[in-house]
Design a protein around this ligand. Structure first.
Ligand code: GLN
Length: 535
């Protein structure tokens, strides 16, 4: 029988519930347990695939091609859980399924209601994750903040779960804010009391409270929270602000949160001190020996969450190279206005991430030209690769007006274009090339050197592809097509001869990078940047 941990959030959003869940996963995995994590999202979209990054942040793509919430990225970075399309459930998916069943007549004349039909569907999806993962611990993050109308069916399903699965197999964790009020010089527990009160009205008494706070929680404050919220004092966990998210498992471990959870579940597990995580990840994040500066040329740079996995992958590459990667966020439209030289002059590497739509494209192209001509290490991701192809076609191969048909349908030289199979598609949701595909890498290429092998699997999320009609022309001028998806002969990796590190990929390597296992494309990129610094 798997054990289920439900994690809710109170007071305000953005308290780091995803990281708290991932960290709980990490400390339990360290005890030898097989864990998986899932997120229940209260919005009505079927998935976040069609949402604007300003609304939602990054869309994280799983190996099996689901477009999911970025918290699933934290789950994969902190743990070894294999996250699939089942691990992100939205209100939209739940209602979609229930309404389809109703139309088929599966409910045999019944009135379809939130309880039990919607809640049964939710519980079924939680059990499904347990089943396909065969995990011993299933951590279920409930999106939103307690008190929201939208999340009520999920909370109700979580409440019912204890009835079905039993007390010893279910645990409720509530993440809350204990604010410090400067003028009073005090930290305040009232919002937490109210939030737990609201949960109790729904029928959930949390077993563990994780308190986000700027200041330490004194013994007195913990006692007060314990008394008013009806939670054992040891189970009131302090989660003070830290410099790196990767410290959070250590913060929890330091308060024996793993033991508290195991004893609730009546589980006895091997000992772990998390020293390996501390040495390999935390120490190196906090005390690096070197530093290097990378320009990140995007259009959603004002939003911390829009390129989450890419920022994390850069940090992982820093860990591997014992250096702090300072990210200079450059708005590609600023490059359009002011040119690249001033904005990119002090950087040792240039990264162009993925994206959609024409806005900011010409700035990205200028940044890539600058990287190519000045032999600055360059890494292009997805749209970044497409822009590198456009730049090279226009400025090296003399293909004037070369473009992607995404930006100009009737361009003279469609060097990036749609495959026939994409041309007829009218639905935007879930119809891109999504998920993992194999990529064969040519020997004696930079890509081969980077990966150290000839066959890799990488995750995709795009509609447009390199147009093979232009391959010969570009090859003649020393562009190398080093990675190919064999079954359809699609270009996956490009690079340039005679440049220290110029590589761009049609896929998203950032989704597979972990703090203790950085993705080689990022690791070698930062290494090349450091070499440039030394030269
Ligand atoms: N807009 C491009 C495409 O659809 C690139 C997508 C991306 O960068 N994820 O092909």
């Amino acid at each position: 029988m798997p054990k289920y941990i439900f994690v809710t959030g109170g007071v305000i959003s953005s308290l780091g519930k995803g990281i708290a869940c991932a960290s709980i996963g990490r400390i339990l995995e360290a005890r030898g347990l097989k864990v998986t994590l899932m997120k229940l999202d209260p919005y009505i979209n079927v998935d976040p695939g069609t949402m604007n990054p300003y609304q939602h942040g990054e869309v994280y793509v799983t190996e099996d091609g689901a477009e999911t919430d970025l918290d699933l990225g934290h789950y994969e970075r902190f743990t070894n859980a294999k996250i699939t399309k089942f691990n992100n459930v939205t209100t939209g998916q739940v209602y979609n399924a229930v309404i389809s069943k109703e139309r088929r007549g599966d409910y045999l004349g019944k009135t379809i209601q939130v309880i039990p039909h919607i809640t049964d569907e939710i519980k079924g999806r939680i059990r499904k994750v347990a089943e396909v993962s065969s995990a011993e611990i299933v951590i279920v993050e409930i999106g939103g903040t307690v008190g929201d109308i939208e999340s009520l069916p999920f909370l109700e399903a979580a409440r019912q779960f204890r009835l079905d699965a039993g007390y010893d197999n279910t645990l409720y964790v509530h993440l809350t804010l204990v604010p410090y009020i400067k003028v009073a010089g005090e930290i305040k527990t009232k919002p937490t009391q109210h939030s737990v009160g609201t949960l109790r009205e729904i029928g959930i008494q949390p077993d563990i409270l994780i308190c986000r706070t700027e200041k330490p929680l004194t013994n007195e404050v913990k006692e007060k929270i314990s008394l008013f919220c009806n939670i054992r004092k040891e189970a009131v966990i302090e989660a003070r602000d830290v410099d790196s998210i990767y410290q959070v498992p250590l913060v929890f471990k330091g308060q024996i949160l793993d033991e508290i959870i195991l004893s609730h579940f009546k589980l006895i597990c091997k000992f772990s001190d998390l020293k390996d995580w501390e040495a390999a990840v935390v120490e190196r994040t906090l005390n690096p020996k070197n530093r290097t500066r990378i320009a990140f040329v995007g259009k959603y740079i004002g939003l911390q969450d829009a390129y989450k996995s890419v920022y994390e992958a850069l940090a992982h590459a820093g860990i591997a190279n014992n250096c702090r990667v300072e990210i200079e966020k450059v708005d590609s439209e600023d490059i359009e206005r002011h040119g690249p030289a001033g904005l990119l002059k002090d950087v040792s590497g240039i990264l162009v991430p993925g994206g959609f739509g024409y806005r900011g494209i010409e700035g990205k192209i200028k940044a890539i030209k600058f990287a190519r001509e000045n032999k600055i290490p360059f890494l292009g991701l997805c749209l970044g690769m497409q822009c590198a192809v456009i730049e090279f076609s226009r400025n090296v191969c003399g293909l004037n007006g070369a473009n992607s048909t995404e930006f100009k349908a009737k361009t003279r030289h469609p060097v990036i274009s749609l495959l026939e199979e994409q041309e007829g598609i009218s639905d935007l949701g879930g119809t891109m090339r999504l998920g993992a595909y194999p990529c064969r890498i040519g020997k004696k290429t930079l890509a081969y050197k980077v990966y150290g092998k000839g066959l890799v699997q990488e995750r995709h999320r795009h509609r447009y592809e390199f147009n093979n009609k232009y391959k010969k022309k570009l090859e003649k001028k020393d562009m190398v097509f080093s990675g190919i998806y064999p079954r359809k002969n699609l270009v996956e990796i490009i690079e340039l001869k005679g440049h220290p590190y110029f590589i761009a990929v049609q896929f998203h390597p950032e989704f597979k990078s972990k703090p203790d296992r950085p993705h080689p494309l990022f690791g070698e990129f930062i290494k090349a940047a450091l070499e440039r610094d030394r030269a």
